[in-house]
Design a protein around this ligand. Structure first.
Ligand code: THG
Length: 369
């Protein structure tokens, strides 16, 4: 495989040097920033995430910050979810849609105070969209990308490590809630969140010049819990059915097709972009749905998917496969797909062709575990 060359167009995260020192072997590019994907031993990284605690540089999950008297009104305009009860210190998983109801991003929205919000983004250029909506709508808000970079600790021991570092109050943080605090004078927001179902936290570093110091400090404090480097884990996220925006979705996907129906508020006074289109789509019924696939019989070994793969029923294309992995916990090969709604609802049997043959799979509800 050819490698990706460094260039000023692709940014380094504040944790970059520390991750290279820790042995990072593979990177992806996320929001125009290098993000480590592996440290050379994927099964050890999975094991650490399931049984101990893993340290992830997810600095590429950039924030769009809204500051000003209309920050709350703009956050609502950009979000297909009713934010009226949202409190300071609370985060919510939200869908941002365009005027036709297409999904533009699936960030975590965080309310820092009455006039300050962050969208913690998946991989898409939302600063342009948010500034355009703010300015065209004459919102009194400054829209920016602040110096804020998340570092995640994920796994069953993350809670003990966080208590050691920050104190017992961390046990009271509910999912997606956060508190601004500091560690040895390094300013950060500690949030109970992260792109796995193994539990954990994200430390939103608020001073990029101290990233490597923060990474090294967490590494040292986590030694007693068996901490080690890791990255958003492809196998665990398929088992958990976590959406990868842009991987599992296409530019024309709407939130219903992305498994986000429960985060879309259709009956609400909130006036957000895409509401009428989403109401129409919901009335007609979405054409495709996000679902799991469990492969039958002698499980084919998972092959790396460089692109979405057609899914067939009786030779007819009924959807696309966007991820396939071997699940160590299920001893099965499983995948994620968008498939015609009627077939998903009836738990259909489908076919996928890989480089080594044609495989049968059954539609399976998410999450797998
Ligand atoms: N952390 C931060 N930013 C992010 C992500 C993150 N930006 C990009 C991406 N991840 C956003 N996407 C998701 C998708 C799923 C979840 C979090 C972020 C998630 N979902 C749970 C689920 O689907 O079961 C819980 C959702 C809920 O209960 O509301 O955790 O990880 N900073």
């Amino acid at each position: 495989m050819p490698s990706i060359t460094t260039t000023p167009r692709i940014r380094k995260s504040p944790f970059y040097e520390a991750t290279v020192a820790a042995g990072a072997t593979a990177f992806t590019v996320y929001n125009k920033m290098f993000m480590p994907l592996s440290y050379g031993d994927l099964s050890a990284e999975y094991d650490r995430l399931i049984h101990r605690v893993a340290l992830w540089d997810v600095g590429g999950e950039r924030q769009v910050q809204l500051v000003g008297t209309d920050a709350g009104r703009l956050a609502q305009r950009l979000t297909a979810r009713d934010l009226s009860g949202m409190q300071v210190g609370q985060g919510k998983y939200v869908a941002m849609c365009d005027h036709d109801g297409r999904l533009l991003n699936d960030p975590i929205l965080m309310k820092l105070d009455e006039e300050r919000y962050w969208f913690s983004l998946a991989d898409a250029d939302m600063l342009l969209w948010c500034s355009a909506v703010a300015n065209e709508g004459s919102f009194d808000v400054v829209v920016s990308e602040p110096d804020v970079s998340p570092l995640a600790i994920q796994g069953p021991k993350a809670v003990d490590l966080a208590a050691d570092l920050f104190g017992e109050w961390i046990h009271d943080l509910k999912y997606f809630w956060f508190r601004e605090t500091e560690l040895n004078g390094i300013p950060l927001a500690l949030c109970r969140s992260g792109w796995s179902k193994q539990g954990g936290f994200e430390l939103f570093l608020q001073d990029g010049s101290r990233g490597n110091e923060l990474y090294e400090g967490i590494s040292a404090a986590g030694t007693r819990y068996g901490i080690g480097p890791g990255a958003p884990n492809h196998v665990e996220r398929v088992e958990s059915g976590l959406l990868s925006f842009g991987g599992d979705t296409t530019p024309d996907s709407n939130p219903f097709e992305a498994g986000m129906a429960r985060y879309v508020d259709l009956v609400t006074d909130a006036d957000y972009i895409g509401k009428a289109a989403l109401q129409r789509i919901a009335t007609d019924g979405p054409k495709r749905l996000f679902t799991g696939l469990m492969f039958e019989g002698e499980a084919p070994s998972a092959w790396p998917l460089a692109e979405r793969t057609p899914i067939l029923v009786d030779g007819r294309k009924v959807g696309t496969l966007s991820a396939i992995v071997h699940s160590p916990r299920l001893s099965k090969t499983i995948g994620l797909a968008q498939i015609e709604a009627a077939l998903v609802q009836s738990g259909a049997s489908v076919e996928v062709t890989s480089p080594i043959g044609t495989h049968q799979a059954l539609v399976h509800p998410l999450p797998f575990i």
